[in-house]
Design a protein around this ligand. Structure first.
Ligand code: 26Y
Length: 819
């Protein structure tokens, strides 16, 4: 038996082929003699999954035996993308599978394209969560991620006549080979009803009598680390009709109506909210949040007590990280579980709760801060509302003890916002109950102390930390850009940099080497050709790979200033079309690539997409311009597209109004791939400039501390003539749809909250510097090499190690490699 238990799956060409063919026949039930590319993908995925499961099981067993302190990353979003190549690379099986498939008549590079992205997130915050899982696995941390298994992920964007259309992303239609359904890991989650109180052993006991219950079913998604035997877990919850409530509702008489009503339960986890900025108090979203954290906490407590016999030492052995305020209701839920279910007193429950939770803030924009109407919370979660009131009462006592009777301060800081409609401020709840709060880049962590959380910083200065974001160098360099990976490997004589990104520094000494530079350029040209083919496929536009590829891909938002970009493009267009042929000979040809989704309810953002499309129509069809300027809007920007766009870019725009972009993470991905950055002193751009050197980046624009004053003075600004001119081109109908674009024109001509007019001249100057530099290939290439060489800090491995030591207090727990 012992030998049987020690038998691992065999990894040789024949065994892999056998496993793939077996899955064709027995898992997807197709003929092993005839299966198409999609079926080959499915079978390959299942075969890979077998290997992941083996590693997952042994890792979890090892964690169990070692019993270290654990960390759970709670996030409403995980932007996973595709898994096949990532898993094969991490398990070091890519070459083997390529060969095995080739002999069977399939091409791994082709079949991997058949996988659909898991898009269970909006943008930066969700992708960060996925990069963190990759790093937690690679750093061998005893960690799990918890989230929701949405049936509809981020909508698919199509562009019709230049307008955005949203299409449902029913990503599970053809199955998801990466998940493991765990029907036996199911918890009831309650809603509505009322709370009753009774005396028990001289103590008040509260009983919540819920009126609605749904079941949360676990789906496990193995997350392999890079070149380690550890595989961690991402557990996602799916809502199912409750079994427990069967009896009650079914005795009520109308059998069919009862069944139909119960189906509604599934709607709780059915759809991801596609808005990442403006908070709307939607009941379903609050239900999702509670559903998610209740199932998660029940699971964590159950697994803890199963192993330890009780909850003793729970708070020494568990850390819970809240990814923004979205899972904050979990604070009240943990209090409820400890007090009402495990019968702990208030003090012990509060002590444990405040010891386990910490919280990350991802934005300074006040409109994104979550606040739930008291009335809604009261109705949906009456016991939680009671607990929140109790937490607040004690908090206000503490406040008075510290600052005396200061009503204005109490009003500002209270967890409950008074007013016509009373609201629960989730960020305040998170701040009061967490032992640590962190921002996501230096500048952002400073700003939250001075603005949105100023009062809390005064009260709890020691709670505040910074954790500058990072991205996984596996997906975002080593795997998405093999030619660059190979060149770096050869140059450094090792591939160790893939998990120790600081080693990229070794490239610095080659930055001026002419021969190395030309190989660097070759690598970039290969990636540009791939991107050009993608553009042809998706936009039908032919672009020259001799042009400078200039990219801005991210969610469409006023603060990210895609408008500044398009105004700059219009200026460039207007210049070119008025040039003589001699002047034209001097122009650096450009391809301007823009992509990103607008929240379906964000009207202005959708107009910006239409403006970009209208400008591209005009520019691309103007014979006076030819190859000197092309503008393309790439539809449906997502993780897999980013894996093609990032390596193929030469210039990337990160041009938010200073003080508005918390960090940005794509800036790191672009820099890592030798793309130069044009950007403002905002978010992580500041630290990127510091790391790679300010002469290797194009920085422009107002600084964060200047912005408030500039806003008050905006009405008196003497607007640059070129700015006035390009805005006039839009409003006079040069690109059609003049009326439709009026709100955009008004926004930048009116209060201009994001200071587009202010920064316009500096932006054009920076773009001139870009053109001038590009003409000198050797200088440009040197800057590109220095960007990559200076990127070591921006690995999420570094970020995660800092979270582990400075916030969570967890240590690596590395499973020994099997023989
Ligand atoms: C409450 C709801 C409307 C909501 C949903 C999603 C609010 C916010 C979000 C997502 C926010 C987000 O993606 N923020 C980004 O987080 C990145 C990772 O820290 C940062 O790099 C980026 O600057 C920030 O905008």
């Amino acid at each position: 038996l012992y030998t049987l238990m020690d038998t691992y799956i065999k990894n040789d060409v024949l065994s892999v082929q056998e496993s793939i063919v077996n899955h064709v026949e027995y898992t997807i039930a197709r003929s092993r003699y005839h299966f198409d590319d999609f079926e080959a993908y499915q079978a390959t995925a299942y075969s890979t999954r077998d290997r992941l499961i083996e590693s997952w099981n042994d890792t979890q067993q090892y964690f169990h035996d070692q019993d270290p302190k654990r960390v759970y990353y709670l996030s409403m979003e995980f932007l996973v993308g595709r898994s096949l190549l990532n898993a094969l690379y991490n398990l070091n099986l890519k070459g083997l599978y390529r060969e095995a498939l080739e002999q069977l008549g399939y091409n791994l590079e082709i079949i991997k394209e058949r996988e659909r992205d898991a898009a269970l997130g909006n943008g930066g915050l969700g992708r960060l969560a996925s990069c963190f899982l990759d790093s937690m696995a690679t750093e061998n941390l005893p960690a799990w991620g918890y989230g929701l298994r949405y049936q509809y992920g981020m909508f698919r964007q199509t562009i019709q006549d230049g307008f955005q259309r949203e299409n449902p992303d029913y990503w599970l239609t053809l199955g998801n080979p990466w998940e493991i359904e765990r029907p036996n890991v199911t918890y009831p989650v309650s809603f509505y009803g009322h709370v009753s109180a009774r005396e028990e052993d001289g103590r008040q006991i509260f009983v919540w009598n819920p009126a609605e219950q749904v079941d949360a079913v676990a789906y496990d998604n193995p997350i392999p680390g890079y070149r380690t035997a550890n595989t961690i877990n991402l557990r996602l919850w799916s809502a199912k009709p409750s079994r427990e409530f069967d009896l009650e509702s079914f005795n009520s008489g109308d059998y069919v109506a009862s069944i139909l009503e119960k189906q509604n339960a599934e709607s709780i986890s059915s759809v991801l909210y596609p808005d990442d900025r403006t908070y709307k108090g939607k009941e379903l979203r609050l239900k999702q949040q509670h559903f998610f954290v209740s199932a998660t906490l029940q699971d964590i407590l159950r697994r803890y007590t199963a192993q330890h016999g009780s909850l003793e030492n729970f708070s020494d052995k568990v850390a819970l990280q809240l990814n923004d305020t979205h899972p904050t209701i979990g604070i009240a839920e943990l209090m409820r579980l400890l007090m009402d279910v495990y019968k702990w007193g208030w003090t012990a429950s509060w002590e444990a709760t405040t010891k386990v939770f910490s919280f990350t803030n991802h934005t300074v924009l006040p409109e994104a801060l979550e606040q739930w109407p008291v009335e809604l919370l009261q109705e949906l979660l009456p016991r939680h509302m009671q607990i929140i009131y109790d937490i607040n009462w004690r908090f206000l006592q503490e406040l008075r003890a510290k600052f005396g009777n200061d009503q204005a301060r109490e009003y500002r800081m209270s967890i409950i916002q008074e007013g016509d409609e009373k609201m629960v401020r989730m960020a305040h709840l998170a701040l009061v109950a967490s032992h640590t709060v962190n921002g996501v880049a230096e500048i952002h962590s400073e700003l939250i102390k001075q603005t949105i959380f100023e009062d809390f910083y005064e009260m709890y200065p020691k709670k505040f930390q910074n954790k500058t974001n990072g991205v996984t160098p596996r997906r975002w360099l080593a795997f998405c850009n093999p030619p660059l990976r190979n060149l770096i490997n050869e140059t450094l004589g090792t591939d160790a940099w893939i998990s120790r990104l600081d080693l990229l520094e070794g490239l610095k000494s080659h930055a001026d080497d002419g021969e190395f530079q030309s190989r660097w350029v070759e690598v970039k040209q290969l990636a540009k050709a791939k991107l050009a083919a993608k553009i042809k496929e998706l936009c039908g536009v032919e672009v020259s790979t001799d042009a400078l590829f200039d990219v801005q891909v991210k969610r469409i938002h006023e603060y990210k200033r895609q408008v500044l970009n398009i105004l700059g493009i219009i200026h460039r267009y207007d210049q070119i079309r008025n040039m003589s042929e001699e002047e034209k000979a001097d122009v650096v040809p450009r391809v301007c690539i823009i992509g990103g989704k607008a929240a379906p309810g964000y009207e202005l953002a959708k107009r910006i997409i239409k403006l970009i499309s209208a400008v591209s129509q005009r520019v691309n069809n103007d014979p006076a311009v030819g190859d000197l300027l092309k503008v393309v809007f790439i539809p449906d920007y997502n993780v897999s597209l980013a894996e093609v766009i990032v390596p193929g870019s030469e210039l990337s725009q990160h041009i938010s109004t200073a003080g508005t972009e918390a960090s940005g993470t794509s800036n790191m991905k672009f820099a890592m791939n030798g793309c130069l950055i044009i950007g403002t002193m905002d978010g992580a751009n500041v630290e990127i400039a510091e790391e790679i050197g300010d002469d290797n980046i194009f920085i422009f624009g107002a600084l964060a501390h200047e912005v408030p004053k500039l806003r008050t003075e905006r009405a008196d600004l003497k607007v640059d003539d070129r700015f006035a001119h390009v805005v006039r081109l839009i409003s006079s109908g040069e690109f059609g749809y003049a009326d439709f674009f009026t709100p955009i024109v008004d926004a930048v001509q009116g209060s201009d909250y994001y200071l587009v007019a202010n920064d316009f001249p500096a932006y054009l100057r920076a773009q001139d510097a870009v053109d001038r530099t590009y003409k000198n290939s050797s200088i440009w290439t040197r800057m590109s090499i220095m960007s990559v060489a200076g990127c070591g800090k921006f690995s999420s491995d570094r970020t995660i190690r800092q979270y582990a030591t400075e916030i969570w207090g967890v240590e690596p727990c590395e499973r020994p490699r099997p023989p």
